[in-house]
Design a protein around this ligand. Structure first.
Ligand code: NAD
Ligand code: UDX
Length: 480
């Protein structure tokens, strides 16, 4: 029986390995992590991450050919293929702080693999890493390995949170990069055979190591660039009376452009886009390509602009102050169908409103109160200027309460903001919400989840990203 071990039981390692176990009953899969609470949760009825369809897959395989364990070294030693799916955040101090990927976790995993291995292994980069990381990993493995043969492959993951299981079941492509040597090609073939259990052969792409590593950064940069492009258009739409949804529709009908990923929003979030673009920017700078670096930097600048613009719109339309006003925050996760809040635009929007002394009542169906409190008080890194951004002060947290549902969050509020596009928000009883709010009652829709015309008929003043503005908003010019 082929044995796979995956180091890192996070948003990628957990679901990816669960699907490999499900689709390959002849393979034994162990997912290991240094975090005990995480592993305990994977072994319980309450998985550590919320992902539609994941519970089902885990239930089908756990204890059969899928195991979650803290015994990292044992499972690594026994494995034929070791996936490394540890976190690779942006460095927050030292050389490259604010941009470069922090490979501390990766390096310690590689050193441990070298230490405990007694047999040949294929080591697979699953984490998103800077191009050329495989070379560094090879050095660590071969310098410490007592002559054991290691083949390094790059097999970046393209799943998106909220649709991870669907993406893993039916991927657009699986990418495997390896050395173009006989041993390298053999390792590529071995991993290919794993995916071939359920992925059609023509969707398994093989390339050299550097192309595979760079393709992952490039794909995320292209995706984020689309969002920043449509978000930049949304500002122009508001200034001109065009409707961004109509513009996206018309633009996306061009088969060369395509309709996906053109939804204007309060900004993209998630653990990947900003981190991976900054990583790309740093690599370009290190390779003497400042123009290319600046090009990609602007994707993030527009994203920051979009979040700031949203806050300015709220404050300016409410008579230039939100001091003491209750604002209901509907949705905190970075997108629907996940409880993940990493880099969620909600953090910046809430912090912006707290600075202006608003009283926030936050509701999200999947994010815990604890998590939101942590997010609002954590120290954030300003990627552009390597300084730490001030978190919301403990006193500012007194301005925050947490609600059980959207109705409680909006009760007696002056305004409500949609920051995540949860499906349940589409079917709210807006008449009831309106009746229970202060007047004028404002809706700020950062995800285009509501129908502005219907809400206006009820009496709301509505701001929807990139949509024609109410007369009220036109009369309250915002500094954008
Ligand atoms: P995560 O933080 O959810 O999980 C990483 C896990 O690795 C943590 O549980 C941590 O405890 C564990 N870990 C760290 N060092 C370890 C070590 N030395 N030994 C054992 N365990 C260790 O991260 P994630 O979201 O799963 O992302 C993992 C990688 O995949 C990142 O490089 C990310 O960029 C990439 N990626 C993420 C997504 C996504 O949607 N989250 C999608 C594609 C790629
Ligand atoms: C992303 C990539 O899509 C995935 O391929 C990669 O493996 C990891 O990073 P993820 O961050 O999980 O996945 O979610 P994604 O669906 O890409 O959304 C990212 C952010 O962009 C979210 O905040 C989302 O709301 C926003 N978004 C997405 C928009 O604002 N508009 C869109 O049209 C699409």
């Amino acid at each position: 029986m082929v044995k796979i071990c995956c180091i890192g039981a996070g948003y990628v390692g957990g679901p990816t390995m669960a699907v490999i176990a499900l689709k390959c009953p002849s393979i034994e899969v162990a997912v290991v992590d240094i975090s005990q609470p995480r592993i305990s949760a994977w072994n319980s009825d309450h998985l550590p991450i919320y992902e539609p369809g994941l519970d089902d897959v885990v239930k089908q395989c756990r204890g059969k050919n899928l195991f979650f364990s803290n015994d990292v070294e044992k499972h690594v030693a026994e494995a034929d293929i070791v996936f490394v799916s540890v976190n690779t955040p942006t460095k927050s101090q030292g050389l490259g702080a604010g941009k470069a990927a922090d490979l501390t976790y990766w390096e310690s995993a590689a050193r441990m693999i070298a230490d405990v291995s007694k047999s040949a292994k294929i080591v697979v980069e699953k984490s998103t890493v800077p191009v050329k990381t495989a070379e560094a990993i090879e050095k660590i493995l071969t310098h410490n390995s007592k002559g054991i043969n290691f083949q390094i492959l790059s097999n970046p993951e393209f799943l998106a949170e909220g649709t991870a299981i669907q993406d893993l079941f039916d991927p657009d492509r699986v990418l495997i990069g390896g050395r173009e040597t006989p041993e390298g090609l053999k390792a590529v073939q071995t991993l290919k055979e794993v995916y071939a259990h359920w992925v059609p052969e023509e969707r398994i792409i093989c390339s050299n190591l550097w192309s595979a590593e760079l393709s992952k950064l490039a794909a995320n940069a292209f995706l984020a660039q689309r969002i920043s492009s449509v978000n930049a258009m949304s500002a122009l739409c508001e200034a001109t009376g065009a409707d961004v949804s109509q513009v996206s529709h018309a633009v996306g009908k061009d088969t060369r452009i395509g309709p996906k990923f053109l939804n204007a929003s309060v900004g993209f979030g998630g653990s990947c886009f900003q981190k991976d673009i900054l990583n790309l920017v740093y690599i370009c700078e290190c390779n003497g390509l400042p123009e290319v670096a600046n090009y990609w930097k602007h994707v993030i600048k527009i994203n920051d602009y979009q979040k700031a613009r949203f806050v300015n719109r709220i404050v300016s339309s409410m008579f230039n102050t939100v001091s003491g006003k209750k604002i209901g925050i509907l949705g905190f996760a970075f997108k629907k169908d996940t409880g993940d809040t990493r880099e969620t635009p909600a953090i910046d929007v809430c912090r912006g409103l707290l600075v202006d002394k608003a009283q926030l009542s936050i509701y999200d169906p999947q994010v815990s109160q604890d998590q939101m409190q942590k997010d609002l008080t954590m120290v954030k890194f300003d990627w552009e200027h390597p300084v730490l951004l001030k978190p919301a002060s403990p006193t500012a947290l007194k301005q925050v309460s947490f609600a059980w549902d959207a109705y409680e969050a909006s009760k007696d509020a002056h305004g409500i903001c949609f920051l995540t596009e949860w499906d349940e928000f589409k079917t709210l009883d807006f008449q009831k919400i309106y009746d229970n709010m202060q007047k004028p009652a404002f809706v700020f829709d950062g995800r285009n989840v509501v129908n502005p015309d219907k809400l206006r008929q009820i009496g709301f003043i509505v701001y929807s990203i990139g949509k024609p503005l109410d007369q009220w908003l036109k009369d309250m010019p915002a500094v954008l």
